[in-house]
Design a protein around this ligand. Structure first.
Ligand code: G3P
Length: 226
């Protein structure tokens, strides 16, 4: 299973890349709004220099021509850019035109398996159901992941299911078990995945025991030589 980082924060991306666990990055206008002082293009350029994996850049136009103009512009920034397009009627048309032009797309704001099926048929290579936002409205976000992954695999569709709107580590495990090909995570969730109280406690205990053992050895050898 691939893990993407869901952020436009360069420091977070740098850290996760150093850990060696990141296969790509997704951004959106909300995530861009959180990082101040640089253009979206500059940020995308920098992210693409940090990871060779797919980097999603989201269009904000809601008409087909506008989406195409924005997406073609993003695609020129780096070869690993994937244009993120919303699941709308115009979005479907734009995705199918991008496909014809050889530009990869990530269909965002998917909330049903049917929407995901349409996006795959229109040519999106990444299908992004929003797990957390479905859970927020008392639906079972993971059902959408499971159904869509089954459809993609059953018909051998040329697309991957990307679990988005991941809110906590359990979502990652469940998305993996439900057959998601990718999950995109906020940095905080990635950090939460690293830690376990028993791991942290175990590291601390080994360090203490090691220090005590070395001190005892040093005392012993001093006593022998003295
Ligand atoms: O990848 C989409 C994601 O950023 C949305 O997450 O938590 O705003 O629903 P959230």
């Amino acid at each position: 299973m691939k893990l993407f980082l869901d952020t436009a924060d360069i420091d977070e991306i740098r850290t996760a890349v150093r850990w060696g666990v990141i296969d790509g990055v997704t951004t959106n206008p909300t995530l861009y709004a959180k990082v101040k002082g640089a253009t979206y293009d500059d940020i995308l350029r920098e992210i693409c220099g940090l990871t060779p994996g797919p980097v999603s850049a989201e269009v904000v136009a809601d008409d087909v021509e506008g989406m195409l103009t924005e997406g073609r512009h993003f695609a020129k920034i780096a070869p690993n850019i994937v244009v993120k397009v919303p699941m709308t009627e115009n979005g479907l048309e734009a995705m199918s035109r991008f496909k014809a032009e050889g530009i990869k797309t990530n269909c965002t704001l998917i909330f049903t398996a049917n929407q995901g099926l349409l996006a795959a048929k229109a040519g999106a290579s990444l299908l992004s159901p929003f797990v957390g936002r479905l859970d927020d409205i008392n639906e079972e976000g993971m059902t959408c992941i499971r159904e869509l992954a089954e459809i993609v695999n059953f018909y051998d569709l040329d697309a991957e299911v990307l679990a988005a709107s991941i809110r906590h580590p359990r979502h990652v495990t469940e998305a993996a078990l439900a057959g998601a090909h990718v999950a995109t995570l906020p940095f905080k969730v990635l950090q939460q995945m690293v830690h376990h109280p028993l791991t942290d406690l175990g590291v601390e205990r080994f360090r203490k025991d090691w220090t005590a053992a070395r001190a005892a050895a040093a005392t012993n050898s001093a006593a022998k030589s003295g």
